[in-house]
Design a binder for this molecule. Structure first.
Ligand code: ZN
Length: 61
């Protein structure tokens, strides 16, 4: 079976012109300088901003 109205090359390409992925935004932690995602607490030290910071559990063996 073939669709009754196949979308043309140009319409298909116009639609897919918005499909590209953008590179991830990475910021440096203000406290330790580790790369982190914006609006998220640092995975290394748990720091988010001066008001909010999380305690990171460290493995003790
Ligand atoms: Zn940090």
């Amino acid at each position: 079976m073939v669709p009754a109205r196949r979308s043309s090359k140009s319409m298909k390409r116009k639609r897919r012109s918005h499909h590209a992925l953008r590179p991830m935004n990475i910021a440096a932690c203000l406290k330790c300088g580790q790369a982190k995602l914006p609006h998220r607490a640092c995975s290394n030290c748990g720091y988010h901003n001066s008001k909010v910071s999380l305690k990171i559990e460290t493995e003790e063996s």
